[in-house]
Design a protein around this ligand. Structure first.
Ligand code: TRP
Length: 455
């Protein structure tokens, strides 16, 4: 049997066996051809998988609200890997989503020893000023600091009840000597991901978190916790249709009428009332058995029914949380051919690298060309391995046709490795120059991106 893939958000080792990851963790492969107006990274197979992205796209397509959530770790410098996440966030915003961004200053403080004051200036100067230049809409972007939005810590603390050390061990590979800041950080991050759904922060709506696949453990944790808070569940019924069940917990036994038949009957009447206008022929409500069967509902109705039940749960005093959606991107290879890492400057391009340095880094990058000119002309190069080509595809080139033609010419040996590098340098410098200009022009907008509690 193949050994297990371990994915660890803090490790510098990374599995790139994406099909194994999809299989082992039950992530859904993404089919860009089924997405209307798919993003550049989706079209190019860079965003390759998701969880519940359809819930977000359905909201978009029916004009309902949805949000996108990401976070930044204020340590080090912003590099191309970070840019790609913001490109994805901007796409969701252009599709109608609102944006929430966490500055993980508590996490950075606890796990990397960065003071809160330093974390603030790093976040503003290194990250947020670049985000502003990348064209996010200040009116629909809220950036906050974990340390000054206490609800995220409170959620982390209270939701901790819905998990335990064994689960944290299984998800993250923690063991006896793991320091507890490392145990808490993912819980606060779960609080980050969940809180935009609270009534004070925009209310119940799908929230999507675009991440690199190494961050999936956080989503598994958060989704698991959310599922455990839900009062109602919706499942396919054995005899067809869908069935709604109750999930009785310490907190909701009374509200669900566990020892009060009359109240229980009322709960079931409320469930049916909440769903009447969805147009199902009938509801077979069975309070004794604790279920409502909807014979004419199909799996396509599930998301709608679930949203209604979450709203009902909120009216009854529950949290009414929807599991976050997520998308997963593959990683661009580092310039040297190894993993891209902010602690190894030679592996990546920082957004404030000088044009000369950028040119030098790309010229030295790992190439997919052949060893000699003669061989290259005869055998052709490999664009999959060629960092210069990959960087145009991931970061610098908008035109799909250009990339397709360039890849074909490379394989045919008509474009040489040095020429490929020059194409990449030209595009990288063009992007960087424009970016620097926009950054200067928009510097005054930075404060508009900060939520009131972050100013
Ligand atoms: N832990 C993330 C990082 O290391 C930052 C982060 C904090 C985050 N909260 C988040 C990412 C919520 C996505 C969603 O970069």
């Amino acid at each position: 049997m193949a050994s297990e893939v371990r994915i660890d958000p803090w490790s510098s080792a990374q599995s790139t066996d994406y099909s194994r990851i999809i299989e082992q963790f039950g992530i859904t492969p993404l089919d860009a051809s089924s997405i209307h107006d798919a993003s550049l990274h989706q079209r190019r197979g860079i965003v390759f998988a998701h969880r519940d992205l359809d819930v977000v796209l359905d909201a978009r397509d029916s004009g309902k609200p949805f949000g996108v959530m990401t976070g930044l770790m204020p340590s080090g410098q912003m590099h191309l890997g970070h840019k790609m996440v913001i490109d994805q966030v901007r796409w969701f915003q252009q599709q109608g989503g609102d944006v929430t961004i966490a500055v993980a200053d508590l996490e950075s403080n606890a796990t990397r020893g960065v003071s809160l004051a330093d974390a603030r200036s790093i976040a503003l100067e290194e990250y947020i000023s670049n985000y502003v230049a990348m064209g996010l809409d200040p009116n629909r972007t809220n950036i906050y600091f974990q340390s000054s939005r206490s609800i995220t810590q409170k959620l982390g603390f209270t939701l901790g009840k819905k998990t335990n050390l064994s689960e944290m061990e299984a998800i993250y590979g923690f063991s006896g000597d793991t320091n507890l800041a490392h145990v808490q950080a993912p819980l606060v991050q779960a609080g980050d991901i969940i809180h935009p759904q609270l009534d004070e922060y925009g209310g119940l709506r799908p929230i999507v978190v675009p991440v690199g696949v190494d961050q999936d453990p956080h989503l598994r944790l958060t989704r698991g916790i959310v599922a455990k808070t839900n009062w109602f569940n919706v499942k396919p019924a054995k005899n067809g249709g869908l069935v709604i069940g109750l999930s009785v917990q310490d907190e909701n036994g009374e509200a669900l009428g566990q020892n009060d038949q009359q109240k229980k009957n009322q709960v079931f009447a409320d469930i049916c009332a909440e769903l009447t206008d969805l147009g199902f022929a009938d509801f077979l409500s069975n309070p004794k058995h604790g279920s409502v069967h909807i014979p004419s509902a199909t799996i396509k109705d599930r998301a709608n029914i679930r949203m209604r039940l979450l709203a009902l749960e909120r009216k009854m005093g529950g949290m009414g949380l929807l599991q976050p959606s997520s998308t997963y991107h593959r990683f661009a290879v580092g310039l040297t051919g190894d993993k891209m890492s902010s602690s190894k400057p030679k592996t990546t391009i920082f957004l404030n690298d000088s044009p000369e340095l950028i040119e030098k880094k790309i010229k030295r990058a790992f190439s997919g060309g052949q060893a000699t000119l003669e061989e290259h002309r005869r055998l052709g190069g490999d664009p999959e391995k060629d960092v210069a080509f990959q960087y145009m595809m991931f970061f610098f080139e908008d035109d799909d046709d250009f990339l397709r033609d360039t890849a074909a010419s490379y394989r045919a040996g008509t474009i040489l490795a040095g020429e490929m590098k020059q194409l990449c340098v030209d595009r990288a410098l063009e992007w960087m120059n424009e970016h620097a200009e926009l950054k200067a022009q928009n510097a005054h907008l930075v404060k508009d991106f900060l939520a009131p509690d972050a100013r």
